[in-house]
Write a protein that binds this ligand. Structure first.
Ligand code: UDP
Length: 241
């Protein structure tokens, strides 16, 4: 199948190095301490953060740091495809773990000993790159909850189809069977904290594809900073009234 046409455009009209449209909204779940909706094109996810709060399971309590927990789920209506179980499957368990580890690496857990932070992420609409969208939503929700972090971790995927590196794959591109990487990146510290690859990629190309995903992460970080700044301005404005 042709994923990049002779004019250099992808199936959804994007250029190879172009990301999908980003949209974010802070404070989508009123009861949560922090929450956000994050969209990358047709992929739409919601994140809710509770904490720091009392540790529920005392056997998991740590005197040196906060316990971070994460649950990734897909809403039943998030995909037209009903053949895979949306909850409790191995994929969700793996993604929950990956997101937890990624968020844990940027939260200053040592500042909140004997407490627990719960991150819930749910996919409302799935069109590729849900784990990246969830990491981006979780970052916004954690910032909204006022959880201290070393940096704003962001995530983006990139792949390689028709001998072309492609940024931010949609479902059709993701399911084409070509190699793809998902990167988690700390922009201020210039550090990659997550790297997942789901097919073999030649060594000379992996660097290119990974760099492309990093550029995507940087662009998302710029967007997230704008959203947070705008949100703070709104809060200040409302407080001033
Ligand atoms: N997907 C789906 N049903 C499922 C699991 C995945 O339709 O039960 C689709 C969904 O669009 C997802 C994509 O397959 O974004 C790729 O899934 P993958 O496991 O690679 O994770 P993701 O790219 O979402 O992080």
């Amino acid at each position: 199948m042709e994923f990049v046409n002779p004019e250099g455009l992808r199936l959804d009209g994007r250029r190879p190095m172009e990301m999908r449209q980003l949209r974010a909204e802070i404070g989508a779940v009123a009861r949560a301490d922090g929450s956000a909706v994050f969209e990358m094109g047709n992929t739409k996810v919601i994140a809710a953060v509770y904490g720091p709060r009392e540790v529920q399971n005392k056997s998991q309590l740590s005197n040196d740091q906060a316990l971070v927990r994460c649950e990734y789920t897909m809403a039943n209506f998030s995909t037209g495809d009903r053949k895979r179980k949306p909850k409790g499957d191995r994929r969700s368990t793996e993604i929950s773990l990956v997101i937890r580890q990624t968020m844990e690496a940027c939260i200053l857990t040592h500042l909140m000993p004997r407490s627990q932070i719960d991150i819930y992420v749910q996919v409302l609409q799935a069109d590729g790159g849900t784990r990246s969208a969830c990491i981006n939503a979780a970052t916004l929700a954690l910032a909204d909850a006022g959880i201290p972090m070393r940096d704003l971790v962001t995530s983006c995927s990139a792949g390689y189809l028709n001998s072309t590196p492609l940024l931010d794959l949609n479902y059709l591109e993701d399911s084409a069977g070509g190699p793809d990487v998902t990167v988690g990146f700390l922009p201020k510290l210039d550090k990659v904290t997550l790297l997942q690859m789901d097919a073999k990629l030649p060594v000379d190309i992996v660097e290119n594809v990974m760099q492309l995903a990093i550029e995507g992460c940087k662009a998302i970080a710029t967007y997230i900073r704008e959203v947070l700044l705008e949100n703070t301005k709104q809060l200040e404005y409302r407080r001033g009234l």
